[in-house]
Design a protein. Structure first.
Length: 364
């Protein structure tokens, strides 16, 4: 089992690598993934085919996508093959028919051919993933050991994402009495570093998995309302989210913090044309050790969140272990695409719902 630290989506300078650069060779690039028990395309899985380019080339990246390749997938040891078809309006993207579902524990082979290029790769789909939020966990805050809250992780059936067409329909299936509330405290100990006090822990058997993806999807990120008043509210002072000098509508569930410490860890907000700030949603992390302290770094919004944990295969671990957040453009990841570049991997996923609220809402 590979052990390591929490892989943070941040840029760290790790020094120089004293190696001769490899000679560039033009090849097909394939990035594809599967999820156990699902057709491709439901849980963010996809297949992208493109042509590589030298890092010194000034080519338009859009021109590198290949939309007329032959792409197919089949279970190893079986003769039946399923074709992946180009997706209209998405250059280089391919998907099989929705009836094609990938079974846990089985090995699949993906093949792509275009002009004189021919590549392939295999992945063994993980069986499943099991996790929980343990009670009785503790963490140190200001030198004192404190209890960490736990949440219910058995309140969402991930197959609902396949059975229904929208979250509005899924909401009809949810028992909201089983959704836990986790408090986001914007104070010392709780924000400021990757070692901050967690909202809750997630526990899994790290010996069973190579890498765990954790996706935090804020389901109420687009809720709008008036920009909130300052804590005192004196004189109508408000937080000017969109920087236009007027108190008007914005994304009110956004965790808005413009302190230098906050921006050091999460960088500045992305903004719409009208100035409204927002964060990437869903936001994904990678971990390899348990328990996972689900701290402030995992959450960019208040409100209902769908937290998805995915156990990945060894292909994924090997690809991202050298450069886990893909920040080094000079590093070629250890892919498994034979005679090409890229990765074909698989995962098994499970999800739960949790409601994130500010400590001020609890006090009220």
């Amino acid at each position: 089992m590979k052990k390591g630290l929490l892989l943070l989506p941040l840029l760290f300078n790790t020094g120089c690598i004293d190696e001769e650069p490899a000679a560039y060779e033009e090849k097909l690039v394939v990035y594809a993934s599967l999820t156990a028990g699902f057709p491709m395309g439901i849980l963010g899985d996809t297949c992208i085919v493109s042509l590589s380019a030298d890092i010194t080339d000034e080519k338009d990246p859009q021109a590198l996508f290949v939309s007329d390749a032959f792409v197919a997938v089949h279970e190893v040891g079986e003769t039946a093959t399923d074709t992946l078809f180009p997706v209209p309006g998405s250059p280089g993207r391919y998907l099989p028919k929705e009836s094609v579902v990938f079974d846990p524990g089985k090995t699949y082979r993906l093949e792509a051919t275009w002009q004189d290029y021919s590549v392939y790769a295999e992945t063994k789909v993980p069986e499943n993933i099991e996790f929980s939020s343990p009670s009785g966990g503790t963490f140190i805050c200001d030198g004192n050991e404190r209890l960490v809250d736990n949440v219910n992780t058995e309140n969402f059936d991930i197959t609902w994402l396949q059975q229904t067409g929208s979250f509005e329909e899924i909401f009809q299936k949810i028992d909201f009495t089983k959704i836990s509330t986790a408090i986001y405290r914007n104070e010392r100990c709780y924000v400021g570093s990757f070692a901050s006090f967690p909202l809750f822990f997630l526990n899994f058997n790290s010996e069973d998995y190579s890498t765990i993806q954790i996706s935090s999807f804020a389901l109420e990120s687009e809720k709008r309302g008036l920009e909130p008043l300052s804590e005192s509210g004196a004189g109508g002072v408000f937080f000017d989210y969109n920087r236009n000098g007027m108190r008007d509508s914005t994304f009110v569930n956004l965790i808005y913090d413009t302190t230098s410490l906050y921006q050091l860890w999460k960088e500045d907000y992305l903004r719409l044309e009208n100035g409204d700030p927002y964060r990437i949603n869903p936001f994904q992390w990678q971990v390899v050790e348990s328990p996972v302290p689900m701290s402030w770094l995992f959450f960019n919004y208040y409100g209902l969140h769908l937290i998805t944990l995915s156990a990945t295969d060894d292909n994924y671990y090997n690809y991202y272990s050298g450069d886990p957040v893909a920040q080094n453009e000079f590093l070629l990841p250890e892919g498994n695409i034979v005679d090409g570049y890229g990765i074909f991997f698989s995962k098994a996923s499970k999800a739960f719902l949790v409601n994130i609220v500010p400590d001020s809402a609890v006090e009220e």
